[in-house]
Design a protein around this ligand. Structure first.
Ligand code: IMP
Ligand code: MG
Length: 172
């Protein structure tokens, strides 16, 4: 499976960057009631690595998001499922794989604030700002990437490649 994929960001570079993000988050959230919310399924792997680089007491939650739309582009409405997780009175840090159009993050953030979160910040391993359709700006970014479909480290193509330890590109 790995032979199909061209490495874009190696396992080592990811690990190094996640460590840096963890340090920064540790400094910025000290003394605050922090919940890290991973976005299933893509954000699960990044979230698991990130929380282990944050040296603070924190709560861990997972939310689900899916977008209905035509083809591979997330052109439609975003459906969220918090599966009973509550964010009232918490500073929430969302851990996501990639921010593309920004629709998913806008909807999750809106719902968390509506549910009483004290603040909501976004942390993503990848940001594709050229694809944005709204004003979503992540607070912590692993790597900024140009347009183009990527897989691995949580990101899938048709349900595959999430378990690659690196981020890569499929042959065109
Ligand atoms: P958006 O920001 O609402 O457009 O959607 C972001 C979601 O689309 C991410 O959580 C991914 O699941 C998916 N996505 C966007 N770009 C890619 C990509 O290049 N590879 C794999 N999934 C992607
Ligand atoms: Mg996703």
């Amino acid at each position: 499976m790995r032979d199909d994929v061209q490495v874009l960001i190696s396992r080592e570079r990811i690990a190094e960057r996640v460590k840096e993000l963890g340090k920064q988050i540790t400094a910025e959230y000290a003394g605050k009631p922090l919940t890290v919310a991973g976005v299933l399924s893509g954000g699960a792997i990044f979230c698991a690595d990130l929380v282990r680089e944050i040296d603070l007491p924190l709560e861990l939650a997972f939310v689900r998001a899916s977008s209905y739309g035509a083809g591979t582009a997330s052109s439609g409405k975003v459906i969220t499922d918090f599966s009973g997780a509550h964010f009232a009175g918490r500073h929430v840090l969302i851990a996501e794989d990639i921010i593309d159009t920004g629709r998913t993050m806008a909807e999750i953030t809106r719902k968390m604030l509506e549910g009483g979160a004290l603040s909501v910040k976004l942390c993503c391993i990848l940001d594709k700002p050229c694809r944005r359709v709204n004003d979503v700006v992540p607070d912590y970014v692993g790597f900024t990437v140009p347009d183009g479909f990527v897989v691995g480290y949580g990101l899938d193509y048709a349900g595959k490649y999430r378990n690659l330890p690196f981020i890569g590109r499929l042959p065109q």
